[in-house]
Design a protein around this ligand. Structure first.
Ligand code: BMA
Length: 813
């Protein structure tokens, strides 16, 4: 196969505007305009409005190229677009090749007959996505969330590009993935399906090959290269190989991630390689463990027969301008997930199917992927054309991704079983029937055809389909939005359990340096026009204030409000995760909403769009630690006493729990102490305990009637062979009522470590530098008086400062 990238010499013309700009391909309209200085930063203040107008136009991408040597002699030549966003008309040398209407598909055209010697002209005309959805909007037939622009379900384009409750309305257009000219020299390997059968400690691999050959005497051969570099040939008919002593692939924390390489070659009579297919695979089995029990039905990832407790977050597109998403940026994000002890990522259904590199990194790092199909918060008109279009889309993506060991599950859609069931967006009988046809017949059939070994789940959340209690807690996965959207206090996370929490979350603001990327000084008030333009959740500001009032003193400044919002978010999610992890077995997953951002603003993310970690991401590192000591306290937060009805009766107690999410039995020493605000110990206890692999144990409750509600706290630490593995503190009042002594935080630099000193109990200790771009081994932690050392992992230690909850209201006028 002769492969020629067509990425040079592109221009972009806004049709009717008579101006041409140089354009990058892969790239987008906004990307080209920004680079040419013809557009202002669409994330700045309310520039989004101007940028949105640009999408009312049509665009022409054009390039000229000379075919690579040998191309014109090929049997067939294909022009392959890995991704066109979205409404395209492709022509070569003035002759139309075809039209495109789905950014989630590959588009391949036969181009040989049109190709000529010397210069060839390739044009892709893209028409306005906003005009299209406006013209095709028919609420009787298809409707979706009002966070996005009306009519968005009509177009197979990442829904959230039209706006979401965390993202702007910037539906960029472009040729966002590679364009290649493929010259078939006599054989074309279209696809290879690798299947694995695990039995008796061996793995049988078989290859399903779909290829065409026009040359005489073409042979297909295949080999497997093991992780140590040893190659072994597959038999030819059938193409199969038994792997003795297989090195199994595991999610992180459960084992290694050895990767094997499968190479398939098409050879000519003279053994020239005519085409080649090469992918990395991992040897593993992956399914969901579903079994009836007293509480309903279990729901857990089962990898190589071991049930894995899923810990992670929901992933959304990394940028509204798709051309800015790079392998390096994605890798760093996913590495930051590992740094916070994730083992799972859910790719949410309102975006687009990520690039190959996303899954390559997940394979390498051991992150399981829950993969939604790209349908979210909308009903669709299931016409025959729409059905064909989505079948091609699903088939292509399953084929593209099925070899990845990280891919753990295909899910039909985001939230639609629940919303159709509730009649949201006017779900008619017809739409109900279409829902079932789409997600419980058409899509699973395609998934099954392309990857018979894949596990398919109809929706998130679901109890298994058929509108049977989609968001029920006893079976399947759950989205719990009673906290945040439902305004319930976050102590409610402790009410009961569910089998797998695939969404729950809490908003916060990014730090000041990130806020500065889109605001002028005069915008820096939580409720200003610009701040609210970057707060897309309806009532988001009101919810932040309501929850803030429940926990913290009124912040002294805009900047401390940002800090307080992050602590609030982190505490809320910690409450949920720790509760679920204490119930390991009953619950088998906590995937919080949401990992990342596509632009700067208020959102549920734990890493903002610049890559900065919010407090939540550091909290995640602690609450997702493989071995976790957590403390279920009873106090004001959980009992909500009427403080005006004094004396009120309130329980003050603690219950420690140790969760061991490793495969080894462990021996621990747990220590807790009741302390006054200066850290002086009033009562303490040391407990030795052993915890079996993959088990959580909860110790008996200890009542602490002697605790001073407003001045005492409990610190707890877990050690193994003298090494501290997990720690934290709890209080019995609310942080806003706690009478903190000034901890007089101090910072000292020692090599690549920062030594933090405190003179009294300090809560939510934040360490930052002037640029707010430090990445530390730990941050936003609680401290007993004394010292704590953290390592600098990224960023320069200049302009260091520290603060804690004590400082939230300090300096208030
Ligand atoms: C969920 C998601 C998203 C949304 C989030 C926050 O339900 O599926 O649609 O952004 O909640 O509201």
């Amino acid at each position: 196969m002769i492969s020629q990238s067509l990425h040079e010499g592109w221009t972009l013309e806004i049709l009717g505007k008579k101006r041409k700009y140089p354009a990058k391909v892969p790239g987008t309209v906004y990307g080209a305009l920004l680079e040419a200085g013809s557009m202002e930063d669409p994330f700045w203040r309310d520039n989004e409005l101007k940028a949105l107008q640009v999408m009312e136009d049509d665009f022409l991408f054009e390039t000229a190229f000379v075919p690579a040597e040998g191309m014109l002699q090929c049997q067939n030549v294909y022009l392959r677009f890995e991704g066109i966003d979205t409404l395209g008309e492709v022509s070569l040398n003035g002759v139309p090749l075809g039209q495109t209407d789905n950014m989630h598909r590959v588009w391949e055209f036969e181009a040989g007959r049109l190709l000529r010697e010397g210069e060839n002209v390739l044009r892709v005309k893209l028409s306005s996505p906003t005009r299209f959805i406006r013209e095709h909007y028919n609420p009787q037939k298809a409707e979706g969330t009002s966070d996005a622009m009306k009519g968005f379900p009509a177009l197979r384009k990442a829904h959230c590009m039209f706006g979401w409750d965390w993202g702007p309305r910037l539906p960029d257009a472009g040729i966002f993935r590679p364009v290649t000219l493929l010259g078939d020299e006599g054989a074309y390997i279209r696809e290879v399906r690798v299947r694995q059968k695990h039995a008796d400690g061996k793995v049988e691999l078989s290859l399903g090959l779909s290829a065409s050959s026009t040359a005489k005497g073409v042979r297909f051969t295949a080999e497997l290269v093991d992780p140590d570099g040893n190659a072994k040939a597959f038999s030819t008919v059938p193409m199969a190989l038994t792997v003795e002593n297989p090195q199994l692939w595991w999610p992180r924390g459960y084992g290694g991630q050895p990767l094997y390489t499968v190479k398939v070659k098409a050879l000519s009579q003279g053994d020239r390689v005519l085409d080649m297919w090469e992918r990395k695979i991992g040897l593993r089995t992956a399914t969901m463990h579903i079994e009836k029990d007293a509480f309903g039905e279990s729901f857990a990832h089962e990898i190589n027969g071991v049930q894995v407790f899923a810990m992670g977050a929901d992933y959304i597109p990394e940028d509204n301008l798709l051309g800015r998403v790079t392998p390096e940026r994605t890798r760093r994000l996913l590495e930051d997930c590992c740094a916070a002890n994730f083992n799972t990522i859910r790719v949410w259904g309102g975006g687009y199917y990520p690039d190959d590199w996303f899954y390559d990194v997940c394979d390498e790092l051991g992150l399981l992927v829950w993969q939604d199909c790209m349908f979210a918060c909308a009903t669709y008109e299931l016409t025959p054309a729409f059905s064909r279009n989505i079948q091609a889309e699903i088939a292509y993506n399953v084929k593209r991704l099925r070899h990845h060991p990280s891919l753990a599950l295909w899910c039909g859609n985001n939230e639609m079983e629940m919303f159709v069931d509730e009649g949201e967006w006017g779900a008619s009988f017809r739409q109900k029937a279409d829902y079932i046809r789409m997600y419980e017949y058409i899509i699973p059939k395609v998934v099954q055809e392309q990857d018979p070994d894949a596990f398919y789940w109809p929706a998130s959340p679901s109890s298994g389909g058929g509108f049977d209690d989609p968001n029920g807690r006893g079976r399947g996965d759950v989205h719990d939005w009673s906290i945040w959207h439902g305004m319930r206090p976050f102590a409610d996370y402790r009410k009961g359990a569910c089998r797998y929490l695939s969404e729950f979350g809490f908003e916060s603001f990014p730090c000041l340096k990130t806020v500065e990327t889109f605001t002028l000084p005069e915008d820096r008030n939580l409720f200003s026009y610009v701040m609210e333009k970057h707060q897309r959740c309806a009532h988001g500001s009101a919810l932040t204030m309501a929850y803030l009032q429940q926990m913290y003193l009124y912040p002294a400044s805009f900047e401390t409000a940002l800090y307080a919002s992050q602590l609030l978010q982190a505490e809320a999610v910690r409450y949920g995760v720790e509760h679920m992890r204490r119930q390991r077995g009953l619950c088998m997953g906590t995937i919080y909403w949401q990992l990342n951002d596509c632009w700067p603003g208020a959102s549920w993310s734990s890493i903002d769009c610049t890559g900065r970690w919010k407090a939540l991401h550091y909290f995640a590192k602690r609450f997702f630690a493989p071995v976790l000591l957590s403390c279920q306290e009873e106090g004001m937060l959980t009992q909500n006493p009427n403080i005006n009805a004094e004396p009120y009766d309130m329980e003050k107690s603690i219950r420690l729990a140790v969760t061991n999410d490793t495969l080894k039995p462990r021996q621990f020493v747990a220590k807790w102490a009741l302390r006054d605000r200066l850290g002086r110990v009033k009562r303490e206890e040391t407990i030795c305990l052993s915890v079996n692999p993959l088990q959580s144990i909860t110790l008996p409750k200890t009542h602490l009637p002697e605790a001073d509600i407003f001045q005492d706290y409990v610190s707890y630490h877990l050690y193994e062979l003298g090494r501290e593995l997990s720690s934290g503190t709890v209080i019995f009042s609310l942080p806003k009522f706690f009478q903190f002594a000034d901890p007089r935080l101090g910072l000292r630099l020692e090599g690549d470590e920062i030594v933090v000193t405190a003179g009294a109990y300090a809560r939510g200790v934040e360490i930052q530098n002037g640029a707010e771009d430090l990445l530390l081994s730990d941050n936003y932690f609680d401290m007993n008086p004394g010292e704590r050392r953290v390592k600098i992992l990224r960023g320069e230690p200049f302009g260091l400062r520290a603060r804690s909850v004590y400082d939230i209201a300090k300096g208030q006028k």
